[in-house]
Design a protein around this ligand. Structure first.
Ligand SMILES: *[C@@H]1O[C@H](CO)[C@@H](O)[C@H](O)[C@H]1NC(C)=O
Length: 170
């Protein structure tokens, strides 16, 4: 056989193998659902640890709930919540995250851009904040181990109140 033809045939076989390999193994990027990045993660067979915390205010001062959620793929936490009653002066109302050492690690007041209902409550609020939710909940110590000295909490100002951020177990 002519060497030119031989090279041509070998090149064809080579490309055929490459095409077979790529269609068999990789996921075309068009398969990634832009509305569900978790789907892509799943296909990549990567697992991320996640944490969902809820702080419920249900005392004489305030009624409301703040939910925090995040995974360890990035240091970003989703905040979602609502206060239904108890806020006296909306201009002075503040909301912060206090870690298990009683240290304020995040002041949410500006990020949440709260809208008030005029009756001591807020409209539903949400925000993505730059916060490592695992560090917030578990502290700096042994990862994935709850600290003994009290838990993380959500604290408010005007009125001064607080609610423990509890892990939402599945
Ligand atoms: C949180 O931020 C608000 C608005 O910027 C501010 O008025 C308040 O003093 C801050 N609170 C704390 C505890 O830093």
């Amino acid at each position: 056989m002519n060497t030119k033809i031989l090279y041509f045939v070998l090149t064809l076989i080579f490309f055929f193998v490459i095409i077979k390999e790529s269609t068999g193994k990789s996921i075309p990027s068009s398969n990634v659902n832009p509305f569900n990045p978790l789907l892509k993660r799943h296909e990549e067979k990567k697992c991320y640890d996640y944490l969902v915390l809820t702080a419920t205010f249900e005392d004489k001062k305030l009624t409301g709930v703040v939910t925090l959620a995040g995974d360890d793929s990035k240091t970003e936490t989703f905040v979602y919540g609502l206060f239904s009653k108890g806020i006296e002066d909306p201009k002075k109302f503040t909301i912060c995250l206090e870690d298990c050492n009683g240290k304020i690690v995040y002041n949410l007041t500006d990020d949440l851009d709260l809208k008030f209902d005029g009756h001591g409550g807020t409209k539903p609020f949400c925000a993505y904040i730059k916060l490592d939710i695992f560090k917030f909940y578990y502290g700096d110590g042994d990862k994935r181990k709850r600290q003994a000295n009290g838990g993380a909490s959500v604290v408010t100002g005007n009125p001064a109140d607080s609610a423990p951020a509890n892990k939402a177990e599945p």
